[in-house]
Ligand binder design. Structure first.
Ligand SMILES: O=P(O)(O)OC[C@H]1O[C@H](OP(=O)(O)O)[C@H](O)[C@@H]1O
Length: 309
């Protein structure tokens, strides 16, 4: 797939999920680098930077995307030949993809330890990291049951219930607004993340904050499964994570909306769950309370404070 096609697929959500878009972007960058004809390293770098910008602008919230692109672009820091720069990008991209896949497996292994035999779980949206934990607990022979939400407006819950069904896991499929109705039947909420701020606040699919609030009220624990590259370095400087608002036609068909001139349809894709509603964040480096988010940014993302300015 050429770079512009990958960018379009990420934008349209044909490729979706914070981890998957990060890997797809990195693969697109590598492919672009492999075929880029440049006369000198500076031109090569400039062209790569333009490509990186096209990819990072596709979806503004999932921090995995700029973090992944940046980790590849850092390979271009100093080179005296185009070939050496190209090789460095290809090597770094392959390394990132391998790291990402391995991270999802590690999270599954660590997250499964927090799921007990007999647990009833609730998940929201379609997160490979969160589902990994659930599938691993089932694989280990734990008897679990899952509530999975529908996830308006894009309906990612359908992907989730297909995966759970294929694994033979007892699953209840519910509309998003039924979460509070069922929350007392749930032992543990397991969700993914698109971004995590330095204060431990979790940005995830719209509706997650309501679920976490209902869980908090019912004293039900909430765990978030997220690779370290979903932590947002710039939040150290107080920068907020931009919340994407997608096309309103995803919520209400345009022909219906057009007849309702006083109605403004809104379609925020993500919301922010405060750290106090999150019990644990499971990363590939281990499980941490949300209050330790800063240590992940400091220890694993390799950002230097001066680069943030
Ligand atoms: O990286 P993994 O764990 O797969 O997914 C993390 C999150 O990414 C998804 O975003 P979208 O569906 O692309 O908007 C969901 O919000 C999901 O919880």
């Amino acid at each position: 797939m050429v770079l512009s096609e990958t960018a379009a697929s990420i934008k349209s959500m044909e490729i979706r999920g914070a981890g998957r878009i990060a890997r797809a972007a990195v693969e697109a960058l590598a492919d672009y680098a492999a075929n880029l004809d440049a006369s000198d390293p500076d031109t090569f770098k400039q062209e790569m930077r333009k490509a990186a910008d096209i990819l990072t602008e596709t979806r503004p919230t999932a921090v995995s995307l700029p973090n992944a692109v940046r980790s590849v672009m850092r390979a271009l820091d100093s080179f005296d030949s185009v070939e050496a720069a190209r090789d460095a990008v290809l090597a770094r991209a392959a390394e990132f993809v391998e790291h990402s896949e391995h991270a999802v497996e590690r999270i599954a292994a660590i997250g499964a330890r927090h799921i007990s035999d007999g647990d009833v779980l609730l998940t929201h949206c379609n997160s490979e990291a969160a589902l990994g934990c659930i599938l691993e607990a089932h694989r280990q022979g734990k008897d679990i049951e899952v509530y999975a939400t529908e996830v308006r407006p894009r309906g990612q819950g359908l992907i989730t219930i297909r995966t759970l069904n294929d694994a033979g896991i007892r699953t209840n499929y519910i509309v998003d607004s039924a979460v509070r109705y069922f929350i007392n039947d749930v032992d543990l909420v397991v969700v993914g993340a698109d971004a995590i701020a330095v204060n431990g606040a979790v940005v995830n699919k719209i509706g997650t904050a309501q679920i976490a609030h209902a869980a908090h009220e019912a004293r039900t624990n909430v765990i978030v499964a997220a690779e370290t590259y979903k932590f947002a370095p710039r939040t150290i400087l107080g920068e907020l994570i931009e919340i994407e608002e997608r096309d309103t036609a995803e919520v209400l068909p345009r022909e219906v909306a057009e007849k309702l001139p006083f109605v403004r349809v809104r379609n925020p894709t993500f919301d922010v769950t405060p750290a106090e509603y999150v019990d644990l964040i499971v990363t590939e480096q281990g499980a941490i309370p949300p209050g330790l988010a800063f240590t992940v940014i400091r220890d694993y993302l390799g950002w230097k404070i001066e680069e943030l300015r």
